[in-house]
Design a protein around this ligand. Structure first.
Ligand code: MCA
Ligand code: AMP
Length: 496
């Protein structure tokens, strides 16, 4: 099917699309910024022809303008982490073959030197606007064309770029809007990062497709958020379990009358969703006690979008992620690649459908390995019990989920080996009440060298995003290895 790039701004002209600090941006104003940005990017060309353009902008009008501007001009948007460090950004920029980076004058990110080094252009979203050519037609972008490359960590050392077509973006958004009953009356806070689908699709894109209002926030501020919720500002909340843990801590610290006002505020909301990592049953239970809200837990991945969800109406079961969303095929497979039809038998979750990604950018081998007979292999192990899926864990110990971020143990190990004192490194995830898991490292040192956690944290600071840096360190004489010489990570868990 041929159509304009996913037409995702569907609010009434005067309705408010985005609130950013004191600024309120109507749908009409945003639409006009997007068109001007697309024309500015095209600069007289008919179509960007799949040019990769990075978006390095925090939540707000400039982000939405750049993302939609790239889409409307026929480019592929590459949303990047505004808090990433130079080596991480360099990997993504090179891997995706990015030709220019869009930043925001209002929220500058120091990318200039890196762009210069790589010979990549950089421009502010607010400058890349060509209002003078309002009449020039924008290209008609086939739905089968790529819309976005979203980087995700995996069992390989460096993150891979998952390619999502416009069709996949549309499928993900329309499915969630229907399943979770979005309307133009909704209002949602956006504090999650905008280089992952949770923020991009579940919050921003679903809201803008529904004509709802997004309140862009520079980061999670539990105090302010609770005040706004007490004031009835929001109808929907979407967050990772760590956010609910932090909100519970904050609410429990409030004096009784204030606590009641905040809890009543949450109770009046129509929907609280948790995802990106397992929501512990105790968090589900405490949230319900405090706010009366049964958290709607759902399961997804960068490569599939949202795949399995507890129901909007009906029982939301603690510790379970529910059933496949409409239009998504999900199935558990055993070790012999046979579908598991019986309940309570664990196996790998595999997903197929319109919403699934196309492949990893420029990485045919990884793409081939990640699909089997058309099914995407999530690497997650699950069972179905009484009709609902329960995620048991991951097939690889090398994937860590910390505060909803996926971390590759191998990527962190590779980086640590660059430290002058470290001879060997093994990284694992340790269970943690707030973060789900935290990154922990066991190392052996070179002769005569010494290393402490503070020193390691400092060293990591310029080299990797804060959430990847080890929060535990154990210096060992030797790492536990099996007869084949492979580090036994399960044994490390106990030692750490
Ligand atoms: C911050 N810190 C972390 C993390 N975040 N440490 C480990 N893991 C983390 N995720 C560290 C900081 O470096 C700092 O350390 C201290 O914690 C406090 O930082 P602060 O920025 O104040 O924390 P925060 O603002 O409260 O952030 C917590 C957060 C954030 C809001 C939970 O981590 C977050 O936005 N996570 C969501 C990630 C996400 O969107 N994932 C979706 C992936 P120090 O004190 O040492 O300086 S998409 C996905 O998974 C699929 C599609 C799906 O199903 O959704
Ligand atoms: P990402 O690659 O960052 O998109 O992370 C996707 C992964 O997050 C999935 O493969 C799961 O391991 C994990 N995940 C997402 N939602 C849930 C959930 N509700 N329960 C358990 N794990 C989840």
């Amino acid at each position: 099917m041929s159509m304009a790039a996913f037409p995702a701004l569907r609010g009434g002209n005067q309705d408010i699309a985005l609130i950013e600090g004191d600024a309120r941006h109507s749908y009409a104003a945003l639409e006009s910024c997007v068109k001007a940005c697309a024309r500015g990017l095209l600069n007289g060309k008919a179509d960007l022809g799949q040019e990769r353009i990075a978006v390095l902008i925090p939540a707000g009008r400039d982000y939405a303008t750049a993302l939609h501007g790239v889409w409307r001009a026929g480019g592929i948007a590459v949303p990047l982490n505004v808090a990433a460090k130079a080596p991480e950004l360099e990997h993504c920029l090179l891997q995706a073959g990015v030709s220019r980076v869009m930043t925001s004058r209002q929220h500058p990110v120091a990318i200039g030197p890196l762009c210069e080094k790589l010979g990549i252009g950089a421009s502010h979203a607010d400058d890349t606007q060509d209002a003078g050519r309002q009449q020039r037609p924008l290209p008609s972008v086939e739905e089968s064309r790529a819309a976005m490359i979203v980087f995700t960590s995996g069992t390989t050392s460096r993150p891979k770029g998952a390619v999502l077509t416009h069709q996949a973006v549309r499928a993900q958004v329309t499915m969630l809007v229907e399943a979770w009953r979005w309307t133009r009356n909704d209002s949602i806070p956006l504090f999650l990062p905008l280089h992952h689908l949770h923020g991009i699709i579940n919050v921003l894109s679903c809201a803008l497709w529904s004509g709802a209002t997004v309140h862009a926030m520079p980061k999670l501020d539990a105090v302010r958020l609770c005040e706004q919720i007490a004031g009835g500002v929001f109808s929907v909340l979407m967050a990772v379990p760590t956010v609910y843990v932090k909100l519970i801590e904050h609410i429990e610290s409030l004096p009784a009358p204030q606590r009641k006002t905040v809890c009543d505020g949450f109770q009046r909301m129509r929907l609280n969703v948790s995802g990106s990592a397992a929501c512990p049953a105790r968090v589900f239970a405490r949230w319900k006690e405090l706010t009366g809200q049964a958290l709607l837990e759902r399961y997804g991945a960068t490569e599939t979008g949202m795949a399995i969800s507890n129901p909007y109406d009906g029982e939301r079961r603690a510790g379970f992620v529910g059933q496949p969303l409409p239009g998504v095929m999900a199935q558990i497979f055993d070790e012999n690649d046979q579908p598991v039809e019986k309940e309570a038998v664990p196996g790998e979750v595999r997903v197929r459908g319109e919403a699934v990604f196309q492949g990893y950018w420029n990485d045919e081998r990884a793409t081939r390995n990640s699909f089997i007979n058309g099914w995407f292999r999530t690497g997650d192990i699950a069972v179905v019990e009484n009709g609902y899926y329960r995620i048991l864990g991951r097939s690889s110990i090398d994937i860590i989920k910390s505060g909803g971020y996926k971390v590759s143990a191998l990527e962190v190990e590779d980086a640590l080996l660059g430290h002058e004192a470290i001879r060997e490194a093994a990284v694992i995830g340790l269970p943690d009440e707030t973060w789900g898991e935290i990154v922990a490292a066991a190392v052996t040192l070179k002769d005569g060298a010494s290393l402490g956690l503070d020193g390691l944290k400092q060293w990591c600071a310029g080299r990797m995003s804060a959430y990847k840096a080890p929060r535990r360190l154990k210096v060992m004489d030797a790492l536990p290895r099996n007869a084949m010489g492979k580090v036994v990570k399960a044994a490390l868990r106990d030692l750490l």
